[in-house]
Design a protein around this ligand. Structure first.
Ligand code: DQA
Length: 151
């Protein structure tokens, strides 16, 4: 069986990771996260492709593309988490598992970050684990896709 493909989608301002408010979001860049996920994916028997956009419609397009290109989606919608019904609707049209990731614990922050539209569709939510959250999500995704080798 070919290895499942997991798309790791990232919303606005996450291209600045590493230099953006490192006390909240940590020192790892998105490239660091992509590299760590690719290495972990190889041990788990899954492929992954990480993408980022600052535009809501483009994020919707990425989710739509995953419908025939990926078996699972890991998504950090960033600020669109709290505003976007369009992203929720796009995720609802995706058949595979969805895991929502936030570097920070959104529930410990300002009240406007406490609500996530995406959580209504997500099969799992990870928040407050920093960059490690992406790796935790990848492990859980591999398990959900039947690729749990206890790596
Ligand atoms: C974030 C949390 C959001 O509230 C914020 O707008 C982000 C990043 C996180 O990863 O902690 O841009 O999704």
């Amino acid at each position: 069986m070919s290895q499942p493909m997991i798309h790791i989608l990232n919303g606005p301002n996450l291209n600045l990771l590493g230099s953006r408010e490192p006390d909240i979001y940590g020192h790892d860049s998105l490239d660091d996260i992509a590299r760590d996920c690719a290495a972990l994916g190889a041990t788990l028997g899954v492929q992954c492709a990480l993408m980022q956009t600052n535009h809501e419609g483009e994020l919707v397009g990425m989710i739509q593309s995953a419908r025939d290109q990926a078996q699972g989606i890991i998504i950090n919608p960033a600020a669109y988490t709290h505003t976007s019904v369009a992203i929720l609707d796009a995720l609802s049209a995706f058949d595979g598992p969805v895991i929502e990731v936030h570097l920070s614990n959104i529930h410990k922050r300002e009240a406007f970050r406490h609500h996530s539209y995406v959580s209504a569709r997500a099969d799992a939510v990870i928040a407050g684990c920093g960059a490690l959250g992406y790796e935790l999500a990848l492990r859980q995704m591999a398990r959900m896709l039947g690729r749990d080798h206890r790596a």
